[in-house]
Design a protein around this ligand. Structure first.
Ligand code: IVH
Length: 690
């Protein structure tokens, strides 16, 4: 059969040269784009506008779309689109990935220096000081200058393949800027998230009601462990390189030379590096950055001090875990003392009263802290925190402020112990703390604080998603008596909305349109929005699927409810209690009359690979490679179900570290138990089939 190409070849040079021309232009565009990526993402010194850059990208995409045969794997258009099925496959490191020994004081640094001076027979040792980036260690391999793979450290010998996810890091060159690239260049570095990115990701997660990442490092790890590189790409990871792995075809004499070589190759190195000749100077560098660390746009947790000469490094060797030629000086968690001015109570959507310490404002780990949650009454008692106490505070994971302990010696006798009130501080309603529970609640269903929180939850992104109904508008609607419950939202007219401060025609119209639009949300969203205790977004989905309408759910008996996957006695009771409450029934009636959708639409049969169809998973214990939420999302995205309790209907119990009673129950019921790794393999196998 004649190939599609032959007529082109026969018809002479014109068409060939056209293709050649396209190829040349594509290559030219790629070089230009690499150059500008480097200016922008590595050097932070762009030379062209975003619009001009987009134009280059558009032209390249147009050529590659017309001639797919011209696409190269290192093309900037290919950053996203790697093979997720390859994700996490084991990769044996050609040179071991080691960690570092730690020092926590000048004395420990001096001991390190004395040891190496003894072994090298001199105290004239050049050292390189670098920042210790708080991210995830990654090994990158370039062959003949082309990016070929990336792996996590794993146990140091075998890591996991994260090539596709790392490829989405924009500062990473897919082709090295070297005239004569070495056959193999394996470099190590740290993938990380800027503080700003971390904040944005957590804000988004908060809105969606998914658990927050505790710190940027966890967020970076989570982002690298996404099965879908498109998700990684959205996280805007970045990366600094700082060490050598395995190489062929190039030799280095020292760490400083390596850093400069990597920089010239287009890789991103951190510019805060210093060559020093003594342990005192190294310590000065540590002290300087301990003080200035918060001015950096990314997190560091210390300074790494390395012997510069590679010959000396070799002489010093390594232990089984860490090189003897380097040490990490770790910063202490920054603590401050301040005074507890008051302990305030916040009333949440479920009426839960959460005590918060109001503090004399003080700067800790780079930002001013004026409040810190004290969680609950027992926690305050356990730590013996009193109003008026001078306390030590710090930020957990350098992010969330917490009160560590009172300084008892500073007490004057005028401090006051905290006592949970019997009346709600907002409405005066009764406060109840059920036996065995840590949380005290206001049980007045008309409590304005509870209603306010409920309105915010109802209108939130993961619930009815009413754009424009945020805190300030909700406050006004309630204060002005325009709404008394969430159903009243659907009876607001444009005229009434104009009564909101700073609301002109357009804003009122937009809000009204958003409210109208929200009537069509799927049943699961409405169920979640109603704020029934223990009914989160996931359980709401299961209930919507099982019962199909609010009416049917409201009529369900306890037995019918507990027979539903995911639903245990606690949730069942809470649902029954909710529908028993006259006020809730009235709200539902009003929602119905306003035209809010109260039924499930017929199944749409989404076109995704639903290979876990019908299988129910329960996760228990600490997962190390996914957050619980991610693992559950993954199961759902593949058509399975994630449940929080083990029953005979459970198909798999996935165990992480220190699995709890669910593990015992699974064993007792004979449910199949798999490890987190086995779960990951199962998912990979299915996604590579799909
Ligand atoms: S050198 C063989 N340099 O800290 C030595 N590590 O606690 C390899 N890290 O595993 C590491 N910044 O993930 C080195 N400038 C830096 C670093 C750095 C962060 C990380 C790295 C390492 C961990 C050890």
């Amino acid at each position: 059969m004649a190939s599609r190409r032959s007529p082109i070849a026969i018809s002479g040079g014109i068409l060939i040269s056209k293709l050649q021309e396209a190829n040349n232009r594509a290559e030219e565009l790629r070089s230009l784009i690499y150059y500008h990526d480097h200016r922008y993402y590595v050097l932070d010194a762009p030379e062209i506008s975003d619009a001009e850059y987009d134009e280059l990208m558009r032209e390249l995409i147009a050529i590659e779309t017309e001639h797919p045969e011209l696409v190269t794997p290192d093309s900037p258009t290919q950053r996203v689109g790697g093979e997720p099925s390859q994700a996490f496959k084991p990769v044996r490191h050609r040179a071991r990935m080691m960690s570092l020994a730690n020092a926590f004081s000048f004395e420990e640094l001096a001991a390190f220096f004395n040891r190496i001076s003894g072994e090298l027979g001199t105290d004239q040792i050049e050292l390189v000081c670098e920042l210790k980036i708080d991210g995830v260690a990654v090994s990158l391999t370039y062959e003949h200058g082309m990016y070929v793979n990336a792996a996590t450290r794993g146990d140091g010998e075998v890591g996991e393949d994260i090539t596709a996810n790392v490829k989405t890091i924009q500062s990473l060159p897919l082709r090295l800027f070297l005239e004569a690239p070495p056959d193999v260049l394996e470099v190590r570095g740290e993938a990380f998230l800027s503080k700003e990115q971390f904040k944005q990701i957590n804000e988004e997660r908060e809105e969606l009601g998914i658990p927050l990442f505790a710190n940027p490092r966890n967020a970076a790890a989570g982002s690298l462990r996404q099965l879908d590189p498109k998700v990684s790409a959205k996280r805007n990871l970045d990366m600094f390189v700082y060490a050598l792995g395995y190489v062929e075809g190039v030799a280095f004499t020292d760490q400083w030379g390596l850093l400069k070589y990597m920089e010239a190759a287009g890789l991103k190195i951190n510019k805060h590096i210093k060559k020093v000749g003594s342990v005192q100077e190294a310590y000065e560098f540590c002290e300087y950055w301990q003080d200035k660390r918060h001015s950096l746009p990314f997190e560091i947790d210390g300074v790494v001090i390395k012997v510069n000469s590679f010959a000396r490094q070799e002489k010093l060797g390594a232990t089984s875990k860490a090189p003897r030629w380097a040490i990490a000086y770790k910063f202490p968690a920054e603590q401050k003392t301040t005074v507890v001015l008051d302990i305030e109570l916040n009333v949440g959507r479920t009426g839960a009263l959460t005590p918060t310490a109001v503090l004399e404002p003080v700067v800790v780990a780079g930002s001013t802290v004026g409040r810190a949650t004290l969680h609950n009454e027992d926690e305050i008692k356990r730590k013996d925190i009193r109003i008026g106490d001078t306390v030590i505070i710090q930020k957990a994971g350098d992010v969330i402020p917490e009160v560590v302990a009172p300084i008892v010696s500073k007490r004057t006798g005028s401090e006051r112990e905290f006592a949970m009130p019997h009346e709600c501080p907002v409405c005066g309603g009764e406060v109840v703390r059920p036996a065995g529970e840590a949380v005290a609640r206001c049980i007045n269903i008309n409590c304005p604080a509870v209603i306010f929180e409920h309105v915010i939850h109802f209108a939130g992104r993961a619930a009815m998603d009413i754009d424009g109904l945020g805190e300030s508008v909700a406050h006004q609607l309630l204060d002005k008596g325009m709404i008394k419950d969430v159903a009243d939202i659907y009876y607001l007219t444009k005229e009434r909305l104009l009564g909101i401060e700073h609301f002109a025609d357009k804003a009122a119209e937009n809000l009204q349109a958003a409210i109208e639009h929200s009537k069509e949300r799927p049943l699961a969203r409405l169920l979640f929005a109603l704020g029934i205790r223990h009914v989160g977004a996931h359980v709401a989905e299961v209930l919507a699927e099982t019962f199909g309408s609010i009416d049917a759910l409201s009529r369900a008996s306890f037995d019918e409810l507990v027979a539903t996957p995911e639903v245990g006695p606690k949730i069942a009771e809470s649902i029954i209690e909710f529908f028993d409450e006259q006020r809730n029934r009235a709200v539902l009636e009003k929602l119905k009359s306003a035209g809010v959708k109260m039924e499930q639409e017929a199944a749409t049969g989404k076109g995704i690979a639903r290979n876990l169809n019908g299988l129910t998973f329960v996760f228990t214990g600490g997962l190390t490679q996914f957050t619980r939420g991610e693992a559950e999302e993954l199961v759902k995205s593949m058509g399975g179900k994630a449940s929080s309790s083990v029953s005979k209907k459970t198909d798999y119990v996935v165990i992480g570290e220190n699995p709890g009673s669910k593990y015992d129950k699974a064993k007792a019921l004979g449910v199949k138990i798999i490890t987190e790794d086995e779960f990951k393999r199962l998912v990979q196998e299915i996604s590579s089939r799909g």
